[in-house]
Design a protein around this ligand. Structure first.
Ligand SMILES: Nc1nc2c(ncn2[C@@H]2O[C@H](COP(=O)(O)OP(=O)(O)OP(=O)(O)O)[C@@H](O)[C@H]2O)c(=O)[nH]1
Length: 503
């Protein structure tokens, strides 16, 4: 996954404002009484208003305002349920808008005499448009507050696509009302244009004033949000498909309905020289359409390929960056920052499941002398060799880190005192036995080890400082030895001692 910060800075896919959707189940579980009252009450009111307005549209015969568009008079529909439900979709999530939109249209369709099976299908038109819009905002996380060029541009694009999908209802409406393709053109044009204009001119300003408050509230109420399950490239792929289908569907219907209209008009004048010219024109328009369709498809595929490539490059870079930030450059062991995270996890496992764990603090003895006598490069080599020995000794579930300078910290989870002691002793003697060769010289060195166990009531810091104390005792007692300290117990026990020269 992409780093949030980086992607936000790029302003491309994970902006500051993800499409936060509130789920009903989470609202019931985690919502405050006021939130439940305001949101559920508001939504139920919206549902009632949508159904009532939907019925009014049919009862009052609001068939749309006639407006000249593209050479014909189209009937721009005003459909209040669309406005209300689009707002809910944009601010709370698809289901919040889709359910009232579906029910409002369903009641309207049945009232106007549409057969049940067609009404069931017809009512999906607006939810379909809303789905396209929410897919868009899920993939491209531009804010919905319409306070920037980017935010407005995306809103206009995605509501256009949403309007095209929603206008699928016009096809069913005309079919069930036996309106032929000639009559379908002005209705369909008016349907999508109406949806689009309502989105931009009415819902847009409402969104401008309300969305910042909704977003602010949603940001602070993360427990109400639906968890995100899909990865980014799937979301982008869905958006590309929706855009391609929307644009092609729009182009296809516009041309098909326009051409049908011309052809039927020409049937009335057989033998007219216009027929030939129209044939040429329609064929040309269709060729143009298929060429554009191919171009739109290729651009879609191409953009998706660029995106996935970019995402995998960024992912690899981020993984490498995070590895570098967590790794010690000299030994390749986890560094102090990484080890601190591991320790916190182990400590919480101890607190929750009383899972035992031993912490070993190790320090190379008289290391200053090694540096002074053989040089800093030799000292580095000793540190590297020591890390190799540690790596060879630990199990898969253990974590060894360079805590700083010539100090190391090793965590042995699920280990008892005997096991920890045996491990430390093995390590200590292995170091003693393996001299480091540097420029033909044998450098002998030793290590002192302090062990501490997690104790009840102790904090993580206590645990680390107990290991440190044990190490200090080991140093005090002559170095090259292991000192173990049980959790919470201030008594330390020397478990091994084997003084040895450092060179
Ligand atoms: N070569 C090298 N030396 C380092 C590195 N990090 C720390 N040191 C050196 O390690 C030495 C640590 O010295 P001290 O803290 O005095 O401890 P010591 O000489 O090991 O003595 P005791 O710990 O008491 O046994 C210092 O000279 C540091 O400069 C490193 O990455 N490379």
């Amino acid at each position: 996954m992409l780093s949030k910060k980086l992607a936000a800075r790029l302003g491309l896919v994970k902006g500051e404002e993800p499409y936060l959707t509130v789920t009903l189940a989470r609202l019931r579980q985690y919502g405050t009484p006021t939130e439940k009252k305001v949101i559920l009450g508001g939504w139920l009111l919206s549902l009632l208003a949508s159904i009532s307005f939907g019925l009014l549209v049919v009862v009052e015969g609001w068939s749309g305002l006639p407006v000249p568009f593209g050479g014909i008079e189209v009937f721009i529909t005003i459909y209040p349920p669309f406005l209300i439900c689009l707002w809910w979709t944009l601010c709370f999530g698809w289901l919040w808008g889709a359910i009232p939109a579906y029910l409002a249209t369903f009641v309207l369709a049945l009232y106007s005499g549409m057969p049940l099976q067609w009404a069931l299908l017809f009512s999906f038109a607006n939810p379909l448009g809303f789905a396209a819009i929410s897919i868009g905002y899920r993939a491209i996380r531009v804010p919905r507050d319409l306070r920037s060029v980017q935010s407005i541009a995306f809103y206009v694009l995605i509501t256009f696509i949403g309007a095209i999908f929603s206008s699928a209802g016009a096809l069913i409406w005309c079919y069930t009302n036996q309106i032929d393709t000639i009559g379908l053109l002005p209705i369909w044009q008016g349907w999508w244009l109406g949806g689009f204009l309502q989105s931009v001119l009415i819902v847009g300003p409402i969104l401008f004033f309300t969305q910042p408050f909704v977003a602010l509230w949603q940001r602070t109420r993360s427990e109400l949000r639906a968890p995100e399950v899909e990865d980014l490239s799937r979301r982008i792929l869905r958006l590309v498909l929706v855009l391609v289908l929307g644009v092609l569907g729009y182009g296809y219907l516009t041309i098909k309905l326009g051409v049908d209209r011309v052809e039927s008009a020409l049937e009335a004048v057989p033998g007219s020289p216009l027929l030939d010219a129209t044939d040429v024109l329609t064929s040309t328009v269709w060729i143009f359409f298929w060429v554009v369709a191919l171009i739109v498809l290729s651009i879609g595929v191409f953009n998706y390929r660029i995106f996935t490539r970019w995402e995998s490059v960024v992912d690899a870079l981020m993984a490498e960056l995070s590895r570098l930030a967590q790794t010690d450059y000299l030994t390749d062991l986890p560094n102090r920052r990484a080890m601190s995270e591991v320790l916190e996890k182990q400590f919480s496992r101890f607190e929750r499941h009383a899972e035992p764990g031993a912490l070993l603090m190790l320090d190379l003895d008289h290391f200053k002398e090694v540096n002074d006598r053989y040089g800093h490069a030799a000292g580095d080599q000793v540190i590297r060799r020591f890390a190799e020995i540690v790596r060879a000794e630990i199990r898969l579930e253990d974590t060894a880190s360079r805590w700083g300078g010539e100090e190391f910290l090793i965590l042995l989870p699920r280990v008892d005192q005997t096991g920890a002691q045996a491990f430390a002793e093995r390590l200590r003697s292995s170091v003693q036995e393996h001299a480091v060769e540097h420029k033909g010289q044998q450098i002998h060195y030793t290590v002192s080890i302090g062990i501490a166990f997690i104790g009840k009531g102790a904090t993580l810091d206590d645990w680390i400082s107990q290991a440190d104390d044990a190490l200090y005792t080991a140093k005090q007692q002559g170095r090259n030895q292991v000192v173990m300290r049980a959790g919470g117990d201030s008594d330390s026990a020397v478990v091994s001692e084997d003084a040895a020269p450092t060179s």
